[in-house]
Every structure is written in structure tokens, then in C-alpha cells.
Ligand binder design. Structure first.
Ligand SMILES: [Zn+2]
Length: 198
């Protein structure tokens, strides 16, 4: 695995029980050493808050001026809301309505503002790109894009810019007959139902 994070961050993710290390059977049928149970990030608010504090430090250090933190529904709402609270900013979320990512009618203050996007996990960038599009429609200037976990190991660029992350990793998945953990005789775990699987 290509892993780029300091030990403190890794320990915090493990504390949240969101990042599991072992020998997992993925939905693809491949095997992996790592498994991400994304919903667990919000299952333990105290553990999430410690991660959010680190993300807030990162956003502060960038020194950009902005009005809003914007996150896509649903998992990232709790994360973005906490970031906004700690930075003294406003918060809005986008949600899919008839397949199209947009803001609820009540978020009128967003028009023409400056915003930072906060998402939980960057996998392909699909949902973040949709948030970018919905912000452009409202004339919003994007002051930064941040995620807790970048599963592209820093390779993904959104709108030509890098995405800030706490944990940047690319997980290797093996065919069962080429799996080094099977060779070692490690017991295989099939994780429970989840929206996103590595
Ligand atoms: Zn295996």
C-alpha cells in the first residue's frame, strides 16, 4: 500500500474503527489488507472531532478567505458542519434531486460567496466534481477542497487543483490466487454491508 500519513493520523483513523487492517474479501472478489468502513467516521463523534481538528488546522494554514463550508449529503454533512463550526463559517450541503446535485432552496446565502468543499473520502472525485458544478451555478468561488481520506494517493486533481487530505493512500487488491495474505494462511474476513468498499 502506498500510504502517506503521519502516525498520529493513522492512529486516529484506527480509533474511529473506520480504517480496518487485516485480510478482507472485497465486493469485487479481490482480497485486501485494508478496509474502510466509511459510516464509522460519524459513529464515534469524539473520534471524528479529533480528525476534524487536524483538518481545520490544515484549512487555517492555507490562509484562504472564505464564507462557507460546503459538503455533499449525507455522510460528509456531519464532518463539514463541524469544520464550519470550528472555523466560525457558514455551512451548506448539496444533495441529489432528480439525479442532479443541488442546494436546498433555503441556502440563499451561498450565492456569490466563497466556499471550501469538505468531503469524507475521495475515491474517484465524482461527487466532489458535482459539488463544484453546483457551486459554479451559484457563482461561488472555490477557496479549497479537502477530504479526510484521499484514496487516489494524491493523484486526483479536481478543477486542476490538488485535494487536501489527512490520509492519502492507494490500497492494493489481489486476486485470491495471488494474495500474499492467503499464502500466509491468514483468516479471510468478509466485511458487512457498506456503501463504499475499497
Ligand atoms: Zn487473500
Amino acid at each position: 500500500m502506498n500510504l502517506n500519513a503521519d502516525k498520529k493520523v493513522l492512529a486516529l483513523f484506527k480509533d474511529s474503527d473506520a480504517l480496518l487492517q487485516g485480510h478482507f474479501k472485497l465486493t469485487s472478489g479481490k482480497h485486501s489488507e485494508w478496509y474502510f468502513e466509511k459510516i464509522r467516521l460519524i459513529d464515534k463523534p469524539a473520534a471524528l472531532e479529533k480528525l476534524v481538528d487536524l483538518l481545520v488546522e490544515r484549512i487555517r494554514a492555507a490562509g484562504k478567505d472564505f464564507d462557507y463550508v460546503v459538503s455533499p449529503a449525507y455522510g460528509a454533512i456531519a464532518i463539514g458542519f463541524l469544520v464550519a463550526l470550528k472555523l466560525g463559517k457558514r455551512f451548506a450541503f448539496t444533495q441529489r434531486v432528480d439525479e442532479k446535485m443541488s442546494f436546498r432552496a433555503g441556502f440563499t446565502g451561498i450565492d456569490g460567496s466563497k466556499a471550501v468543499i469538505v468531503e469524507d473520502i475521495l475515491t474517484t472525485g465524482g461527487s466532489i466534481n458535482e459539488v463544484v458544478d453546483s457551486l459554479k451555478l451559484r457563482g461561488v468561488e472555490i477557496a479549497g477542497i479537502y477530504v479526510l481520506v484521499d484514496r487516489t494517493a494524491g493523484e486526483a486533481l479536481i478543477e486542476g487543483r490538488p485535494v487536501g487530505s489527512l490520509l492519502s493512500l492507494k490500497v492494493e487488491a489481489f486476486e485470491p490466487d495471488a494474495c500474499p495474505f492467503c499464502r500466509k494462511g491468514m483468516a479471510l474476513t468478509k466485511p458487512g454491508a457498506s456503501d463504499k468498499k475499497i
